[in-house]
Design a protein around this ligand. Sequence first.
Ligand code: AMP
Length: 395
Amino acid sequence: MQLKSIQDADLKGKRVIARFDFNVPLTKTEPRKISDTSRIDQAIPTIRLILEKGASKLVMISHLGRPDGQVNPKYSLEPVAEYLAEKLGSDVILSESAVDNGVKNLLHLPETKLVLLENIRFIPGEEKNDMELAEKIAQYGDVYINDAFGAAHRKHSSTHAINAFFKNRAYAGLLMKKEIDSLSSLLEKPAKPFVAVIGGAKVSDKIKTIEKMMVLVDTLLIGGAMAYPFLKAKGATVGKSLCSDEDVALAKQLLAADKGGKIQLPKDHVVADSLEGTPAPCPGVSIPEGQMGLDIGPLTIEAYGAHIKTAKTIFWNGPMGLFENKNFAKGTMSMAHTIAATKAFSVVGGGDSVAAVQESGEADKFSHVSTGGGASLEYIEKGELPGVQALKMGV
Ligand code: AMP
């Protein structure tokens, strides 16, 4: 079943209730400021379109952080309301609460056009996919728009249950549509060669993504701490690099299943004696005792770069090293620059690799930079997400 797009929705004179993913990082000290606004920025085109289409009111729903069903001022959406007002050049009223009196009176005022409901996760029913909560919030709108791709892997009231009240009146926002279109083109007949770059901390965290990628791709480039269990499984030494026995066992299975020799592993490394240590080159595959691998080395950068340059489709998730430390960021940054320089269809899937792409200043050269870490990996693995399925079919 096709995802209905907001572009096909008649919103004239309608009250629109829309779920966004405004779960942005905030500074730790007061006054709390948004340290990366990109999730809000990416939702702005949908908000503008809702207004251009003549909606009489827009009620926005989002979560922020993990307040676990308790009201906690630390997770208030106030900084988001302020930023939205600034970006849109109009008033955005933040409700006192997402339900009951905290919002009802506000919605009756004819002059309030843009309302942001206070953090939906302050309400205990949200994460329980509670129907009663969904019914309450559904009353605030005639049409439901879901643009919260980053929360679409969650079966929550405002992403899942709410669809029960909007049969044939539920649409995907522009960002949601772009995310699903981009990720599904990786799954359905991707242009070949298809190269995936998978890095990050642990094999066990991404085992399902790796298994799926082994079916889809021609070449799988492994980097980051994720590479050491594979190297150990092949008989190399890894010193005191991050490498659990569980991950070595998983890596062994993956290598045994890799009949086509798709998996590529680092040929050299940048090492140090601790996470804060001085970087040193390690020109071979094995890492000496007392040293830990913290980045891929120059031979690997070159070899991986050569694969990337031939690709017509590229998927990247996970950094190539401890990139938060400048001494160990070269491998990750070079992946960002090399992928950006290709004409391939390139998708970066959420999390730390997105932060690295933003930092590289090349984000606009990627075909798609996903706003959802967990959501993008789950979509790749399963080809569907609970929030997206509910939007297509109702609940
Ligand atoms: P993930 O969330 O699985 O993508 O993992 C990202 C984290 O893995 C980042 O915080 C990286 O700093 C970390 N990481 C990547 N490579 C290494 C490494 N070689 N040693 C230690 N941490 C690493």
